[in-house]
Design a binder for this molecule. Structure first.
Ligand code: PLP
Length: 374
């Protein structure tokens, strides 16, 4: 099997799965219970929070566990909106559906929203960001790494501009595709809230986290027992939380080596494409080697996907969340329809190998021959 769809999700790391199993079957107490098992569970929760906070270079008290990146983003955006009740929100047209759908709903609630457009290489300009700010901007929300093109957005510069021009506004960064792709330093980016998700780094699905800057309060989406500092009630998903901690520990230990390895995989894919399929187009100019968008003009992406799948090679057409719909990211970049309709996304994880790249190149050659290209 050649799994090259790691921006959609990743297999759970064996150590993380084992940790989850241990917590499910042995250390299964409720962290709120007063007896020994509860105390042990609370200890596991504390340790996991410390590990996740290390990954973001923040303090453990600034981490709130959620069920996924989408929940974290909803908490951030609805929480920020409820603080101010009305005003302007600045985001980009290339965000994940979690952000875009929230923004659409907030528009229905009376907020005004500006969606910044990328250039044809997929980049968002910090100058455009500065120009779009308004006196009543209450929130800016921006992804760190685009999930289709691997483009890195200028969060550092935008955070600085936002705080200078609108000091009361909150800055949310969706770092779901950035975790262990680039070092995360929300405190250096004037970031108030940041979303991350476990299943993109080898933890199970169903676990995410929100960084909330110390001293800041957001109104919660869930009310109940007051877990997670009252911000996210509900008994903590301790097996997932512990597995997230383990995945963070492992990925942190091999971070630099992983980036080198994935960079080499992307380079060998590009070299192979130039030699064997020179007409294949690369969409966007992504800095992050983990994600690359390719177009095979004349070959419908769904058909290419099926041909690859028949050889056990798995990639996406656009993002997994777009479910066959035209990519809003590539459309916003102004690419033509033939290019959008034939786009596939290849996304690497550290476990991928040169054999995966070779299989993909063979598969693309086969697909293009079958579809009479090349
Ligand atoms: N943000 C980005 C950039 C993503 O790529 C994703 C998932 O693909 C999400 C948010 C949502 O994360 P989750 O699947 O954990 O809800």
């Amino acid at each position: 099997m050649h799994y090259l769809d790691n921006s959609a999700t990743t297999p759970v790391l064996r150590e993380a799965a084992e940790r989850a199993f241990q917590v499910m079957t042995a250390d299964f107490g409720n962290p709120s219970s007063q007896h020994k098992m509860g105390i042990e569970a609370a200890h596991i929760l504390k340790e996991s929070r410390e590990t996740v906070s290390d990954a973001l270079h923040v303090t453990p008290g600034e981490i709130i566990f959620t069920s996924c990146g989408t929940e974290s983003t909803n908490m951030a955006l609805w929480g920020a909106a409820r603080r101010r009740k009305k005003g302007h929100i600045l985001t980009t047209a290339i965000e994940h559906a979690a952000t875009l759908s929230c923004c659409k709903r907030l528009e229905q609630e009376g907020f005004s929203v500006t969606y910044l457009m990328p250039d044809s290489s997929g980049h968002i300009s910090a100058a455009d960001f500065a120009d779009a700010l308004q006196d009543n901007t209450i929130l800016a929300s921006m992804m760190l790494v685009n999930n289709e093109t691997g483009v890195r957005l200028p969060v550092e510069e935008c955070g600085r501009i936002l705080k200078r021009r609108c000091p009361e506004a909150l800055f949310h960064i969706d770092a779901v595709q950035g975790l262990f792709r680039v070092p995360l330093t929300p405190s250096k980016w004037a970031c108030d809230v940041m979303s991350i998700s476990g299943h993109k780094i080898g933890a199970p699905k169903g676990i995410g986290a929100l960084y909330l800057k110390k001293g800041l309060h957001l109104s919660p989406l869930l009310h109940g027992g007051g877990q997670e500092n009252g911000l996210r009630s509900g008994t903590e998903a301790l097996p997932n939380i512990a597995a997230f901690g383990t995945a963070c520990q492992l990925r942190a230990a091999s971070f630099a080596e992983d980036v080198r390895h994935v960079t080499a995989l992307k380079e060998s894919l590009l070299v192979g494409l130039r030699a064997r399929l020179p007409w294949v187009l690369v969409n966007g100019d992504g800095e992050i080697p983990h994600v690359i968008s390719l177009s095979l003009p004349g070959c419908k992406s769904e058909v290419v996907l099926r041909i690859l799948e028949s050889d056990d090679i798995f990639v996406s057409a656009g993002s997994a969340c777009s479910r066959g719909k035209e990519s809003h990211v590539l459309r916003a970049m102004g690419l033509d329809k033939a290019r959008i309709d034939s786009a596939i996304r290849v996304s690497f994880a550290p476990f991928n190998t040169d054999e995966d790249v070779k299989a993909l190149l063979d598969g693309l050659e086969k697909a293009s021959a079958a579809l009479k290209r090349g």
